[in-house]
Design a protein around this ligand. Structure first.
Ligand SMILES: C=CC1=C(C)c2cc3[nH]c(cc4nc(cc5[nH]c(cc1n2)c(C)c5CCC(=O)O)C(CCC(=O)O)=C4C)c(C)c3C=C
Ligand SMILES: [Fe+2]
Length: 479
């Protein structure tokens, strides 16, 4: 199995190299689009070519699988959605010995977190708009692909809520797709998002003969694509125009955070990709004569462990103290509106900013179905097609493409070889005499004991049974 150079070398270097490879990709794209041009010709020769081309396209049924997080559609969905999220070993990674606690712990944390989450979802209309927006993006992507003469079915597979990835895969099989492009809807790669979705996909692929034989490729991240950078820059430019003195506005990039250990211990390229993405957007804005001050911070942390810094809330307070008066928030890690933009940024951070002395607040909308963005995603899919199923023979070429490509298996192999295990991001305790230690250690110990007891009593397995403290098989008294 080959290794993927982009994930073993520093991501910034890799991206720079990718940008130098445009010519190669342009050639590939031209080659791919040649038969499509023939479709438009009207001579009899061309008609024959057209029927051959159509035949080839019909034999090869192209599918695009969009991967996203998923979100609760009603308030009743919130707790089971949170359970699915926390039951994911890429979100809470327990030491091997304690893996059996994953589900009970997820159950407990989801119950504890649900009231706060429900409040948030209630304030944005009682559920997440993520499914509706992702479905609309899928539909538009299909239309753009068709218009670019690459007819393809587009599927949506969510990680933690409907339509689940398994449901999408079922449809892909039913439709007889032969070539699949996997496209996570996260511009930057993180182990906790695209990585987790790909891990699930890998396990589904492995267990299914049809899927094992289906050719596929993955576009793990696409933050460096010109179309995406330009679309983001245009949105920023438009929002800046709404301020009176637009040149005095601080552009405030706010990205979803991840626990620091993901980056520092597990080699998550998320932070490097995020920083590079911001640099590319600012370079594009500079070309448009926009040279505002800017900053990047990380939002939405969960639990007491350290997450990527600076934190969005701390940064807003600091900027207020430094006398910044106008702020334009740019949600940089999302391509659709959801709780983190509609509630956290629009309500919580805006309120904090106004309290901190910032007088004018604006927010760039998420890209959603913005046509230049979707058209660029369609180009990314088209550019990836020559590499579908060709990873083993030509993965050097694939690495040189504008969209860094890989197969699910190869990507995860690289990650797994680098991973040294992650401390749980939502650890409910902090060891040592830190400020929250007393409370959290106490709670965690109680919870752990409780979970262990419930587990032992219900399953009849565990330490207490092994040590003979509880009888080896426990029978409930029958009435
Ligand atoms: C780049 C995007 C995201 C990263 C990275 C990410 C990491 C991450 N998230 C949690 C915990 C929660 N995330 C929740 C919602 C949520 N997260 C993302 C994106 C990223 N998460 C999105 C798009 C959403 C919203 C979906 C929606 O319903 O609209 C939630 C639930 C909401 C809440 O209670 O705050 C949790 C919990 C962790 C622990 C993590 C990294 C390890
Ligand atoms: Fe999240």
């Amino acid at each position: 199995m080959g290794s993927i150079a982009n994930f073993t070398s520093p991501p910034q270097l890799f991206t720079r190299r990718l940008l130098q490879q445009k010519t190669c990709i342009q050639m590939e794209t031209r080659r791919l689009l040649q038969p499509s041009k023939a479709l438009l010709t009207t001579t009899s020769d061309a008609a024959q070519q057209l029927s051959t081309t159509t035949l080839v396209i019909q034999e090869e049924k192209i599918g695009v699988l969009l991967l996203n997080l998923g979100g609760p559609e009603t308030l009743e969905d919130v707790q089971p959605f949170l359970f699915n999220l926390f039951a994911d070993p890429d979100i809470i990674r327990l030491p091997k010995l304690f893996r059996f606690l994953q589900r009970p712990l997820a159950h407990l944390i989801s119950i504890l977190r649900a009231p706060k989450s429900k409040e948030g979802y209630a304030s944005i209309g009682g559920g997440s708009p993520l499914r509706r927006i992702t479905d609309a993006q899928a539909e538009d992507l299909g239309k753009f692909l068709f218009a670019k003469n690459v007819p393809a079915e587009v599927y949506v597979g969510m990680r933690y809520w409907h339509p689940f990835t398994e449901e999408a895969i079922h449809k892909i099989k039913m439709d007889g797709i032969t070539k699949l492009v996997v496209l996570p809807l996260y511009p930057q790669f993180s182990i906790s998002t695209s990585g987790s979705s790909l891990r699930l996909l890998e396990s589904i692929f492995r267990e299914d003969e049809y899927l094992v034989n289906m050719q596929h490729t993955v576009i793990p991240s696409w933050y460096q694509r010109e179309g995406y950078i330009k679309a983001m820059s245009t949105l920023i430019e438009k929002e800046l125009e709404k301020f009176e003195c637009s040149e005095k506005v601080m552009i405030f990039f706010s990205a979803h955070g991840v626990p620091l250990a993901y980056v520092e211990e597990a080699g998550d390229p998320y932070k490097a990709e995020m920083e590079e993405c911001v640099d590319l957007i600012m370079e594009e804005l500079e070309k448009r004569k926009i040279t505002n001050a800017y900053t990047l911070a990380y939002q939405s942390r969960v639990g007491p462990v350290e997450w990527l810094k600076p934190y969005t809330d701390d940064t807003i307070i600091e900027l207020g103290q430094k006398g910044v008066k106008s702020l334009l928030a740019v949600p940089i890690s999302f391509v659709s509106e959801h709780i983190e933009t509609l509630e956290e940024i629009d309500v919580e951070y805006k309120e904090l900013a106004l309290k901190s002395g910032i007088e004018k607040w604006g927010r760039v909308p998420a890209l959603g179905c913005e046509p230049t963005f979707i058209s660029d995603l369609a180009d990314a899919v088209i550019e990836s097609l020559p590499y579908v199923g060709a990873m083993a023979v030509s993965d050097i070429e694939a690495r040189q493409s504008l969209v860094p490509l890989a197969s699910v298996e190869e990507l995860l192999a690289v990650y797994d070889s680098q991973r040294r295990g992650l401390p749980p991001p939502v650890t409910m305790w902090e060891w040592g005499w830190t400020k929250s230690a007393e409370t959290w250690n106490g709670r965690a110990a109680m919870l752990a004991v409780l979970v262990l007891l419930v587990w032992e009593v219900t399953t009849g397995e565990g330490f207490l049974h092994q040590w003979g403290i509880l009888p080896l098989s426990l029978h409930w008294p029958t009435p």
